[in-house]
Design a protein around this ligand. Structure first.
Ligand code: PEP
Length: 228
């Protein structure tokens, strides 16, 4: 099982150092834990991954960081295609696929996010699956360091997670395309994490809001440790 924390644009470097110290007071057992802090809080630590990065070593890309900056912290894990980057920052599938290829070439573990907006969900499962297929164009689903995260846009940060049947249905369809781990993300909290993780083809969770409190995140890891 995999449990990942996405801090988004929250927390400072100081907060992140203290968060990691606290987090590491528990034994993770067989759970793989990942933490994605903002750029300013990147640290040399095996748990840390970057929320985003530009697909170049370095260069004239104002406001971005690339491989050279990640290498300084020995970071080998990156999040690509998060819905906030797709819809708020307007990243195209072509650009996202370019990032994927670049970080695959550099042997990164890639947490690759896909998810449909509410207007697609309202059209039903077939529309959802077709939409998700467009978000994997140009992505090597056999890449051995790929971790997929299914995160319906309407469930992110809303407090309304997808229903278990919806998660089950979508994950089963994604499973037909890849044997890599499939995480669910979207308003995962202490109350719903167990049932979500007991759903077939759910190999872990990507947690935003609920991960910001280290005690909650530690409790989540404890719950995940108990799941067979
Ligand atoms: C996310 O941003 O990846 C996420 C799942 O957020 P939240 O848990 O707050 O819905």
């Amino acid at each position: 099982m995999i449990v990942a924390a996405n801090f988004k644009m929250n927390k400072t470097k100081k907060d992140t150092i203290s968060y990691l110290k606290d987090l590491k007071t528990i034994d993770f057992g067989n759970v793989k834990v990942a933490v994605f802090p903002p750029f300013t809080a990147l640290l040399e630590d095996e748990l840390i991954g970057a929320q985003n990065a530009y697909p170049e070593v370095n260069g004239a890309y104002t406001g971005e960081i690339g491989l050279e900056q990640l290498n300084e912290f020995n970071i080998k894990r990156v999040l690509i295609g998060h819905s906030e980057r797709r819809y708020v920052l307007k990243e195209s599938q072509e650009f996202i696929a370019k990032k994927f290829e670049f970080f695959k070439k550099h042997n990164f573990e890639i947490f690759y996010c896909i998810g449909e907006p509410i207007e697609i969900r309202k059209k039903g499962t077939e529309a959802v699956i077709n939409y998700l297929k467009e978000q994997i164009v140009g992505i090597d689903l056999k890449y051995e360091k790929l971790i997929i995260a299914y995160e319906p846009v309407w469930a992110i940060g809303t407090g309304i997670s997808a229903k278990l049947e919806e998660i089950q249905e979508v994950h089963a369809e994604i499973r037909k395309l890849t044997n890599r781990p499939i995480l669910y993300g979207g308003s995962v909290n202490l109350n719903n994490i167990k049932s979500i993780l007991e759903t077939p083809n759910v190999d872990g969770v990507l947690v935003g809001s609920a991960s910001l409190d280290v005690e909650t995140f530690k409790e989540m890891i404890e719950i995940v440790k108990e799941i067979k």
